[in-house]
Design a binder for this molecule. Structure first.
Ligand SMILES: Cc1cc2nc3c(=O)[nH]c(=O)nc-3n(C[C@H](O)[C@H](O)[C@H](O)COP(=O)(O)O)c2cc1C
Length: 189
């Protein structure tokens, strides 16, 4: 088989395309992030890798807080916009992105009204990994904004995740491909 050397990240994608929101003083930031992952079950901890070049990086750094807004496929245009323009060049980024900022429930940040789910997080540790900085954060509050879409997990008939492959390619899942398998009782995932 022919071996092709490519960017390592391309092989790990698709990843969920989320929106990170964060506020510091009266300044709100929003950016698309795929490099988001859980890093502990108990306590609940997540991490997001943000390049220091992002406007959002500064806001997360100063505030020590961020929200991970889970967006569905119907918001592809908005998410793509948030991931392709910077507040550094577009102070009216929120208007351009076209989503509705509302106050978070447990942190001093904004979150998005259109998010189907939200993780409100407080940064507990950071690590410069290379050209990105990892913001490891306690999940202070996690909730959903659509009762039909979630029971003990997302219900694929109602939840169309927004996934990103790379180079502008997004996709969602076809619920016909969803299969329920038996799980050992001790296994939470
Ligand atoms: C689908 C997608 C995923 C992205 N994921 C990340 C990410 O995980 N970390 C990051 O630093 N930038 C990521 N970006 C790039 C930022 O969203 C982009 O540079 C954005 O314009 C930053 O906005 P800001 O400067 O206003 O914070 C992603 C972009 C797209 C389109």
């Amino acid at each position: 088989m022919k071996v092709i050397e490519i960017d390592h990240i391309r092989l790990i994608q698709p990843l969920l395309a989320t929106l990170i929101t964060s506020s510091y003083k009266n300044d709100d930031a929003i950016m698309t992030a795929s490099w988001v992952m859980p890093v502990s079950y108990i306590p609940p901890v997540v991490a997001v890798a943000i390049s220091p070049e992002r406007y959002t990086h500064r806001i997360v750094k100063y505030s020590g807080e961020y929200a991970v807004n889970i967006m569905t496929y119907e918001y592809l245009d908005n998410v793509h916009c948030a991931g392709t323009i910077s507040k550094k060049n577009y102070p009216d980024k929120f208007i351009r992105v076209g989503l509705t900022p509302i106050r978070a429930k447990k942190i001093n940040s904004i979150v998005l009204k259109e998010a189907i789910g939200v993780l409100e997080c407080k940064v507990k540790d950071t690590l410069i990994t290379g050209d990105h900085e990892l913001f490891v954060a306690d999940v202070i509050y996690a909730y959903i904004n659509n009762d039909k879409a979630y029971s003990t997990h997302w219900i694929p008939a109602y939840y169309k995740p927004l996934l990103y492959i790379s180079e502008g390619h997004y996709l969602t899942i076809d619920s016909n491909t969803v299969k329920k398998m038996d799980m050992p009782t001790e296994d939470r995932d």
